[in-house]
Every structure is written in C-alpha cells, then in structure tokens.
Design a protein around this ligand. Structure first.
Ligand code: HEM
Length: 202
C-alpha cells in the first residue's frame, strides 16, 4: 500500500534548487563585464554546494546517499530496455538512468567551479579556459537530458517528481521513508549562502 512518505531531506532539496539557481546565475552573467562579480559569486556558491553534497552523499539520509544511486552498468541497461518498452520499474529515490545525469551534473559542476576559481589567477593556462568552456556546454546538454528524464519519468509513473523535490514527499511504501528532514542543516546552508553573498558583494 502507498502512503505519502518523506523521501528527500531538506538539505538535498535546498542543495538542488540553490545549485540550479547558481548555475543559471553564473550562465546568464558569463558574458557580462558589469556582472562579473555575480558570475564569480555564483561559481563560489556552486563549488561550496557541491562540496556539501559530496559530504552529504556519505552521511546524509537514505535516498541522498551515493550508495543508494550507484548502479552497475547492467542495471542501467536493464532499466533502459524496460523504459523503451514503457515498462520501467518505479524507484523511490533516483532511478538508474537518472542517476547517470546526476553523477555527471555533480562532476561537471565541480569541474566548472574549480576551473572558474583557477581563472581568477593571473597567467592561467589556456587548457583551463578551454575546460571551463567545454564543461559549460556539457552541463547545458546534461541539464537538458536531466529535465527530459524528469519529464518522462513523471509521465510514465504518473508521479509529481518536481513538487517532490520541493516538499520532499512521494507516494511510496512507508518502509522507504526517511526518519527526519534535517531542516536545521538546510537553514544553516541558506544562512551560509546569504552571509557569503552579502560579504562578497559588500
Ligand atoms: C527547473 C529546472 C529543474 C527541475 C524541474 C529539476 C528537477 C529535478 C528533480 C525532480 C529531481 C529528482 C529526480 C529524481 O526523482 O530522481 C532532480 C534531481 C537533481 N537535479 Fe534537477 N531540476 C532542475 C534543474 C537542475 C539543474 C540546473 C541542475 C544542475 C545544475 C540540476 C541537478 C540535479 C541534481 C544534481 C539532482 C540530484 C539531487 C540530489 O540527489 O542531490 N537540476 N532535479
């Protein structure tokens, strides 16, 4: 029997939307000399968020842990075949195909922010400039795939995945529920980002 159960903790949800916003902010200001400080600020925030997410992937709640969405290639292929037949199994956390986009988004976010921070130094190698540009384009492609995957999965399983990333709840067996949303950690994240942004811009 399905109930509304808590699946995504508050730090994971806060990470997700702050990460999406910081990428968008950095992307929209990338070409502007006037908004260079916003571009750099978004890059630092993205870096900090991903460092947090990596730690949370080891110590966080059940569905946020890396071990819960580290699938073997065979599992991804089985899922893909079932998906093409319109019979993909439903996952409470990240599904095998979606998890590939998530690993890529986290990895590319790191490459993007680290190369961006390196670009703040004088005399930086052209390789770093090129890598920063390639990582941006790759990120756009993977975000497109991520959004398509969320849409397909939502339609196929008649699930509201996007609202679930906001309020944290999904229809699932109570055995899949996490014990706490850890709102205090999410609040600390929000305050840390706000204080850092204020300090950086003043
Ligand atoms: C309006 C735009 C977006 C929507 C609607 C959206 C929606 C979602 C949803 C529904 C999930 C959960 C997927 C699942 O149930 O398995 C998710 C996860 C994720 N999304 Fe997005 N997303 C958006 C933009 C982005 C962007 C721009 C990025 C990267 C810069 C991103 C990176 C991720 C990551 C890394 C996860 C995994 C969350 C975690 O476990 O920490 N998303 N997204």
């Amino acid at each position: 029997m399905s109930h509304k159960v808590l699946v995504w903790d508050a730090p994971t949800r806060t990470f997700h939307w702050l990460q999406a916003l910081s990428f968008l902010g950095a992307y929209l200001t990338a070409e502007s000399e006037k908004h260079r400080d916003i571009h750099i600020l978004c890059g630092f925030i993205l870096f900090g968020l991903i460092v947090f997410r990596v730690l949370w992937g080891f110590v966080g709640t059940r569905h946020a842990r890396f071990s819960s969405f580290l699938f073997k290639p065979g599992e991804v292929i089985t899922y893909l075949r079932a998906l093409l037949r319109g019979q993909a199994a439903q996952f409470v956390g990240h599904n095998p195909l979606g998890s590939i986009a998530i690993w890529l988004l986290l990895g590319l976010g790191l490459v993007l922010s680290i190369t961006g921070i390196m670009l703040l130094q004088d005399d930086v190698s052209d390789v770093v400039v090129t890598l920063h540009g390639y990582a941006t384009n790759a990120m756009l492609v993977v975000i497109g795939m991520h959004l398509a995957g969320v849409l397909v999965s939502s339609v196929l399983h008649k699930e509201k995945l996007v609202p679930a990333m906001l309020h944290g709840h999904k229809s699932a067996h109570p055995d899949h529920a996490i014990e706490s949303a850890y709102p205090a950690i999410a609040l600390i994240m929000l305050v840390a980002v706000a204080v850092f942004a204020y300090w950086y811009l003043h």
